[in-house]
Each structure stands twice: as C-alpha cells, then as structure tokens.
Design a protein. Structure first.
Length: 156
C-alpha cells in the first residue's frame, strides 16, 4: 500500500512581515485555543497581519491575532482578538525572551497553519525592524527581478 503524504494546510500568512522586518530564526509553536477558535480556524478564517508576540512574565503571548467568531457557536463564542498563549519548550521560551530583552528583537508570527495531525501551529520568527532605506532597496530589487524575468521571457 502506498504511503500518503499530507501537507500542512496554511490558514493565514503574514506577507507584510518580510517587507517590514529582517526575519532571522524561525520556530514552530502551538497555540492555546478555545473550542470555537479551532473550529473557526478549520473553516480557514484568521488574520495575523497586524499581530506580534510579547513576553508576559515567563510566557510568550500572541497579541492582536484575529480569529473571527464561529457562526454556529451563538453565545458561547470567543473574543476575536484576545491574547493567546504560545506553547513552547522552556529552553525555546528562554532563548526568545533573551533575544527580545538583550538584542531588542521582535517576535513576529509568519504563518498560521494546521499540521498533519490537525493541530493549529504558528511559525514565529525573531525579527529586526527594517529602516526606510532598507525597504526601498528591497522594493528596487524585487522590481528589477520582475523586469529581468520579463525580459528573459520575451527574448527566449
């Protein structure tokens, strides 16, 4: 019998993060969710574009991630933008807290997805903010790559 490989299903992606930050170290984390939140995620509804992770005590919390209310949950629904605890190992948490406090880096969510087992995971990255000239340079490089591809395609 052939082995079937399944892919992780991406629910939300923070495309703006690559433009605004230099992303350095990526880590997979679980999220502590309520029942109606996971049901809304399985419907494919979430937004992490304006969210970030913050240190609260000895924990890391996802702030401002929008998971809209689940329609069938009526009065037992969740608050859409509530803070959600990220589930990481203690060594990972200490490493992230050290980078934030010592180096002034930010923890940015990059991608929210359901893994093969159906569990909600979030990919976070340690990031340094880009200056305005860095953003202009990135835009110029992207435009040149697009123009170069167009020229090669037209000639070839």
């Amino acid at each position: 019998m052939a082995e079937v490989k399944t892919q992780a299903r991406t629910i939300a992606e923070n495309r703006r993060a690559r433009f605004d930050y230099f992303l350095e170290e990526f880590t997979e984390a679980g999220i502590q969710l309520l029942g109606t939140e996971i049901k809304a995620l399985r419907d494919g509804r979430a937004n992490i574009a304006e969210s970030y992770a913050a240190v609260e005590g000895r924990e890391i919390v996802l702030i401002n991630a929008d998971i809209p209310p689940f329609k069938q949950a009526n009065r037992f629904n969740h608050e859409p933008r509530r803070p959600r605890k990220l589930l990481l190992h203690r060594k990972q948490i200490d490493k992230l807290i050290g980078a934030v406090q010592r180096d002034g880096q930010t923890i940015i969510p990059v991608r929210l997805y359901l893994n093969d087992a159906g569990r909600a995971k979030i990919e976070i990255a340690l990031a340094k903010g880009k200056k305005l000239h860095d953003k202009r340079e990135a835009t110029a490089e992207r435009d040149w790559a697009r123009d170069k591809a167009r020229l090669l395609r037209d000639r070839g």
